[in-house]
Write a protein that binds this ligand. Structure first.
Ligand code: NAD
Ligand code: GLY
Length: 366
């Protein structure tokens, strides 16, 4: 099993990556008390909750001989999809924890995609002012992005991720075997976030992705493990240097300001987050080339790799550039007047910049 460390002082943790990770992980080492609450959604719960529960019990048994220390293991399962990421869901978790009479040594375990990871982390950050949680990501996007770095949140009717906390997990257990059941479209959406790491910050990794796109789509375990490890190493480094996103961490939003506008205008329906980010990264590259920062050849390489990873690159035609620009203005990264964006000087050379409305409108129309 590969391991990537996130050595934040006093809150350090490891990300375990590889086939069979779920059936081999020593959960008991990280479970301080007797109470464990598994939070999941219908599909990952149906597919993997039994395996997870069996492994938690097995690891506990190996460690703890005394029957008095018996585990109290409970589960809560939400509907699949973004609709679960609400304050009401967090309230359901709190009610469950209250019913369990869970104290500060309870451990929450998130089994699912980014929605479940964000929701569980949010609840863990708030229950009794903060308790332990473990991330067991079951989508590629969650393995390479959302489960790492401690951003937790729920959505409000007024917008996505508007209420949240920085709260780091005790461990991330990324078992690549679970990706076999993931729909191909979700796999590609996760690959968009992998591509992001190369595109904004690592030209060598970008070239590796160009050479291994087909293997990744075929779920080749060696290629997949390498891509996840490399992505997590990059994200861990960024989080270590800028946990609270005052500088470098903003670069992880390459393509996201454009992408969020697409998702918001489509009411988060009919497009996956990773797909919107893929389209957004191409817009950011086109804008950069248009204002003379980068070459059109680099934009073409980005488009070609996106296609090789089965990702869209065109803006859905029903979305009008003026409406997209207006939506971008509402982004959390907007500063008074200008829109703050991640631009690039070419592959691997992203930076935080601003752009004029006219240039942004041109990028939306290309
Ligand atoms: P998701 O959690 O909705 O999962 C996608 C779908 O796949 C769901 O229907 C889920 O039930 C299903 N699924 C999960 N694992 C499966 C498996 N192994 N086999 C079959 N089906 C499976 O979506 P996502 O893309 O994982 O996460 C998106 C969320 O992540 C968004 O809410 C986004 O805001 C958040 N996010 C957070 C961060 C962060 O830093 N915290 C970063 C990026 C994205
Ligand atoms: N997904 C961006 C971040 O974690 O900062």
């Amino acid at each position: 099993m590969d391991k990537v460390s996130v050595p934040l002082a006093g809150r350090e943790y490891d990300i375990y990556i590889g086939p069979g990770a779920l059936q081999n992980f020593d959960f008991a080492r990280l479970i301080a008390g007797r109470d464990v609450l598994i939070v999941s959604s219908e599909t990952p719960a149906k597919l993997y909750a039994d395996v997870l529960i069996a492994q938690i019990k097995r690891s506990h048994k190996l460690r703890e001989q005394s029957a008095a220390q018996a585990l109290r293991l409970e589960s809560i399962v939400f509907a699949d999809g973004e609709s679960a990421k609400t304050l009401a869901s967090a309230g359901e978790i709190f009610a469950k924890l209250a019913h369990m009479q869970a104290s500060r040594d309870v451990t929450l375990v998130a089994l699912g995609g980014g929605v479940i990871g964000d929701l569980t982390g949010f609840a863990a950050a708030l229950w009794m002012r903060g308790v332990a949680f473990i991330q067991v990501p079951t989508t590629l996007l969650a393995m390479v992005d959302s489960s790492v770095g401690g951003k937790t949140a729920v959505n409000l009717p007024a917008g996505k991720n508007l209420v949240g906390a920085f709260w780091q997990p005790k461990a991330v257990v990324a078992d690549i075997d679970v990706l076999r059941t993931l729909p191909t479209r979700e796999l590609s959406a996760g690959l968009a976030e992998v591509l992001k790491y190369g595109a904004y910050g690592d030209a060598e990794f970008f070239a590796w992705l160009e050479a291994h796109a087909a293997k990744l789509l075929q779920l080749d375990p060696v290629a997949l493990t390498h891509a996840i490890v490399r992505s997590c190493q990059q994200k861990a480094g960024v989080v270590l240097r800028d946990e609270r996103e005052t500088g470098e961490r903003m670069l992880l939003n390459f393509g996201h300001t454009f992408g969020h506008a697409i998702e918001a205008l489509m009411d988060y329906k009919g497009i996956l987050h990773g797909e919107a980010v893929a389209i957004g990264m191409v817009r950011a590259a086109q804008l950069s080339a248009d204002i003379g920062l980068s070459s059109a050849a680099d934009t073409q390489r980005l488009i070609a790799l996106s296609h090789a990873l089965q990702l869209p690159t065109r803006v859905p035609p029903a979305l009008l550039p003026a409406a997209l620009l207006a939506t971008m203005r509402l982004d959390k990264k907007a500063i008074s007047g200008a829109i703050r964006l991640i631009l690039w000087r070419g592959i691997g050379a992203g930076f935080v910049g601003t752009a004029e409305d006219a240039a942004i409108l041109r990028a939306w129309t290309q």
